[in-house]
Design a protein around this ligand. Sequence first.
Ligand SMILES: Nc1nc(=O)c2c([nH]1)NC[C@@H]1CN(c3ccc(C(=O)N[C@@H](CCC(=O)O)C(=O)O)cc3)C=[N+]21
Ligand SMILES: [Mg+2]
Length: 285
Amino acid sequence: MAVILDGKELSKKIRGKLKEEVKELKEKAGRPPALAVVLVGNDPASEIYVRNKIKACGEVGIRSIERRLPANTLQEELNQVVRELNEDDTVDGIIVQLPLPEHLSCREVINYISPEKDVDGFHPVNAGKCLLGLYDEGLMPCTPAGVMKFFEEYGIELQGKNAVMVGHSNIVGKPLANMLLNANATVSVCHVYTDDLAHYTRNADILCVATGVPHLIKADMVKEGAVVIDIGISRVNGKIVGDVDFERVKEKASAITPVPGGVGPMTITMLLYNTVKAFKMRMGY
Ligand SMILES: Nc1nc(=O)c2c([nH]1)NC[C@@H]1CN(c3ccc(C(=O)N[C@@H](CCC(=O)O)C(=O)O)cc3)C=[N+]21
Ligand SMILES: [Mg+2]
């Protein structure tokens, strides 16, 4: 049976350390690190995610600012809100909760976020630093960074391993594939158009899946002893499920992340981590 990679437990450990650090930083700077969350419209899932992020900030002592805008906000108005947050010296991190209403461009607003406050790591400047492996010089996207923390924490070797990334989104698949490559894994990137997906996944020592297709990965698609990272999150009949058939795959894998309780909590933990990092970089600490 596989080792369960526990994102709640690892989050607790990292958040505990962050809380201590925030306390010291607050004394030194005379103010705490601050995260601004911009939420456009009232998508119920986004409301929950934003609430969870704000709660997590409170738990480690990060100040949070919620900027709520109506669903019919114009692009120019949204861009303007970001510009104001860029100029506010007491704000260290800015995120614009996705997805945005149809008429708004996320690419356009992300380009307005000052790269040093881009705690989602979505700005092209941070994407470039991620590509180059300049992790310390910028802010890395939270979900891929959280996955890399699992490998670190559990001593999972990447060098020379066959790593397969299923999913090629800009926020997860591409940056995570790139981080695995920077760690000297041999990386294949697959996606919904891949012919014979199982051919790739069966050869994976490290299998990362971020497609949003519930239970796409069945046990017969997984190599004995593989490390399986499930980054999918869907709701099926009111139940949260990942992209991996957890119950069967866990019998075959050597390590696996559950959904919920795996990558999800680590995403929020890395958002807190990035906010503290942005604060330190901005203060010159
Ligand atoms: N600008 C922006 N940045 C994001 O990082 C971002 C976003 N927009 N839009 C939505 C997605 C999704 N996302 C998740 C974060 C945590 C959990 C999480 O903590 N999940 C829990 C379960 C939560 C539940 O019960 O629904 C878990 O997996 O255990 C899930 C999903 C961040 N996103
Ligand atoms: Mg076994």
